[in-house]
Design a protein around this ligand. Structure first.
Ligand SMILES: NC(=O)c1ccc[n+]([C@@H]2O[C@H](COP(=O)([O-])OP(=O)(O)OC[C@H]3O[C@@H](n4cnc5c(N)ncnc54)[C@H](O)[C@@H]3O)[C@@H](O)[C@H]2O)c1
Length: 389
């Protein structure tokens, strides 16, 4: 199926929020931490979904999680393997574990013949992404990656503007952004430790910026990357002290809090990317998409929330005059992006549809992140090699 057709289907299914299926979709939740709560809240809002099982490697955590939602009868396990081996009537799982276990949990679920909604980032290396995709292909099951900003109407507008052709051929993109003071340690250190997070700001928020622009231009293949990573804030005990967090978090900090990459994409497009969890700066710049007929400015985004910073502007030239066209913000009174992401997946499962956010696209997102890590390590540009799957 062509990329455009997949995306059109995604938009349609995501909006199918009022259909209630006769047969309930039976779901398990693997990893019952912070983001699992958001999955659970959406599933509870769907009369045609039943959450029947859950697992967490911390003993008792899954049981306490479901009790908090008033659910006493959900079957609880202490690992994803225990859950998948014991449950033989599951339709789907939400995988909400920390980054380092995304690949093993997704592969195991696919091998057990279960559809998968996998939280972002897809995983932590290109090699893992390829193993996941092999398991997906063998299983014939749906595997969708949890990029909810795609469903925001203003994000859809970014893609629609680029796809309309008004900018002409795209040749240069700048994207990224980040937070001035925002290393995430909400309920512990799973985002910042090497063993659990593996990648830091890129896996947490950079992957969203990349998705915003790559999705808009049809996800061309990345060819080469020159990357840089640093951790000046995360390794500073004072940073955590002023947050009222233990200074020892600095000793545990094992990922990047800033990354930058200069990427060559198929079709002669340059992608200039940077992302920060912390910086001495309010923003590292707007997202800009430059084309031969016009350019689009997206005010410094918080695209990880599915939001843009204000009305976008198209710069172009008409009959020799330089003009600027403001694109009004779209307001959306429907349910939030997170609901739409989960609902799009449920609809795909219930109707035998396609993955709303397919791995064939997110593989390239992952390959750029992995390329930045690998290039930064050796201090020079590298080629991105992606084998056929
Ligand atoms: N889409 C979003 O908006 C969004 C927001 C926050 C986090 N996330 C993503 O969600 C993932 C989880 O983040 P979090 O903040 O919930 O982390 P967390 O540390 O709060 O929760 C992860 C849970 O997974 C459990 N776990 C790990 N491996 C397991 C396994 N093999 N089997 C069962 N349980 C296992 C851990 O014990 C922990 O309780 C991350 O990859 C993160 O990037 C997405």
């Amino acid at each position: 199926m062509a990329k455009d057709a997949i995306l059109d289907e995604f938009k349609k299914t995501a909006q199918t929020t009022d259909v209630v299926f006769d047969k309930k979709v039976k779901v398990g939740i693997i990893g019952t931490g912070w983001i699992a709560e958001a999955h659970m809240q959406q599933y509870l809002d769907m009369p045609d979904v039943e959450v029947v099982a859950g697992a967490d490697v911390v003993p008792g955590k899954a049981k306490a999680f479901f009790e908090k939602f008033g659910l006493e009868n959900v079957r609880c396990y202490e690992s994803h393997t225990e859950l998948l081996e014991a449950e033989n009537d599951l339709d789907a799982v939400s995988i909400c574990t920390y980054n380092s276990t995304h690949a093993e949990c997704a592969i195991a679920a696919l091998e057990h013949g279960v559809h998968v909604l996998l939280e972002k980032p897809m995983c932590v290396t290109t090699e893992e992404a390829i193993e996941i995709m092999k398991a997906e292909k063998k299983s014939g099951k749906i595997l969708s990656i949890g990029f909810q900003p795609r469903l925001d109407p203003n994000m859809i507008k970014v893609r629609d503007i680029v796809q309309s052709g008004i900018l002409g051929d795209i040749y240069y993109i700048q994207t990224g952004g980040g937070r001035r003071h925002g290393i995430p340690t909400p309920f512990g250190t799973s985002f910042i430790e090497k063993d659990t997070g593996v990648i830091g700001a890129m896996g947490d928020i950079g992957c969203y910026s990349l998705d915003m622009v790559l999705n808009a231009i049809g996800y061309p293949k990345p060819l080469t990357v020159s990357g840089y990573t640093s951790n000046f804030f995360g390794k500073d005990p004072h940073y955590f002290e002023i947050d009222g967090k233990p200074a020892e978090y600095a000793d545990l900090f094992g990922v990047e809090d800033f990354a930058a990459g200069f990427v060559r994409l198929e079709g002669g497009i340059i992608l200039d990317f940077r992302i920060a969890w912390a910086m001495h700066l309010d923003t590292s710049g707007d997202t800009i998409i430059m084309g031969k007929k016009g350019s689009l400015r997206i005010p410094s985004t918080e695209c990880w929330n599915g939001s843009i910073g204000g009305p976008m502007t198209i710069y172009s030239e008409v009959a020799g005059s330089q003009i600027e066209t403001k694109i009004p913000m779209v307001t959306d009174n429907s349910k939030g992006n997170f609901y739409k992401k989960i609902r799009a997946f449920v609809v795909a499962v219930a109707t035998g549809g396609k993955a709303p956010v397919p791995t064939s696209q997110i593989l390239y997102n992952q390959a750029i992140i992995d390329g930045i890590v690998k290039s930064a390590k050796i201090g020079k540009e590298i080629e991105i090699e992606i084998p056929e799957i």
